[in-house]
Design a protein around this ligand. Structure first.
Ligand SMILES: Cc1cc2nc3c(=O)[nH]c(=O)nc-3n(C[C@H](O)[C@H](O)[C@H](O)COP(=O)(O)O)c2cc1C
Length: 252
């Protein structure tokens, strides 16, 4: 007599421990409201300043890598990620960058800058000397890609790289480090000094490190909210005038 009952299924859990550890669950609700969280982030970012006096205290490469990873999370037109972050710690290379940058800066302050521009810069006390390029342990040179590495189109390059730089600056600040948004102009020399390919255009130079013990920053005023934020639209625009019966309003 043959047995027609089906063969027993293999025990798929045979290899697992018989008693799985029990993970207890607790109620979860973030205890910070978006307004509180936004305010806390503001409190952190309001402390950020452009620093021009650096200590030579080393910063591990791993820290810089996390900072650059954060910048790499930025949004970009059609997700083309048109950026490259060249991170320089080699003293000889930093010296070469400083020399070339100061050549450009001497041209700028001595000849190219308009009187108005120099007047606007004078409260900051900047000049053509850029010792921080050598003193800061890292220099991040941000390049914008005119096309992708495989020759493809990029979209909204300036906007995308600008946003990534903002996130880079925030990440540097949140890491407890300082930076300066530096724009030696023109920056073409950086492509040559750093051996970058033709489709990479230098965008910003950011020294990164700790502030010098004697570091000071200009006492600046930031515009209050009322000056920088508009909710909906001001009264009295074209749409309001139309609703009032045309330009100049109706005579009643
Ligand atoms: C696009 C850009 C270019 C800048 N270029 C320079 C520069 O070449 N040298 C410099 O000392 N500061 C430079 N700055 C820094 C500004 O002077 C600084 O952000 C401004 O004075 C406000 O100070 P804060 O950053 O401490 O709030 C630049 C800032 C931006 C956004």
């Amino acid at each position: 007599m043959t047995d027609s009952s089906p063969a027993p299924e293999p025990d798929r859990f045979a290899g697992l421990p018989k008693l799985l550890p029990q993970v207890s669950h607790a109620p979860y609700s973030p205890d910070v409201s978006p307004t509180q969280a936004a305010q806390q982030y503001y409190d952190i970012m309001a402390q950020r300043r452009s620093v021009r006096f650096f200590a030579d205290t080393p910063v591990p490469q791993e820290t810089i890598e996390w900072i650059v990873r954060t910048a790499g999370t930025a949004p970009s037109g059609a997700h083309k990620q048109p950026w490259r972050f060249v991170c320089v710690s080699d003293p000889a290379l930093k010296c070469e960058i400083r020399t070339a940058a100061e050549d450009e800066e001497r041209e700028f302050y001595g000849r190219r800058a308009s009187r108005r521009w120099l007047e606007d810069l004078s409260p900051l006390g900047t000049d053509s000397n850029k010792p921080f390029i050598e003193i800061a342990p890292w220099i991040i040179v941000v390049f914008a890609l005119a096309r992708t590495d495989d020759g493809g189109q990029v979209y909204y390059r300036e906007e995308s790289v600008g946003i990534a730089c903002g996130m880079l600056i925030s990440a540097i600040h949140c890491a407890g480090l300082v930076t300066l948004t530096h724009t030696p102009s023109p920056m073409k020399f950086l492509q040559r000094v750093l051996h970058r390919p033709d489709h990479e255009r230098a965008f910003l130079v950011l020294p990164v490190g700790y502030p010098a013990e004697t570091c000071t920053v200009p006492e600046l005023h930031r515009k209050p909210l009322e000056e920088i934020m508009v909710v909906n639209r001001p009264a009295g625009g074209a749409a309001d005038r139309a609703a009032d019966g045309g330009v100049g309003g109706s005579e009643r």
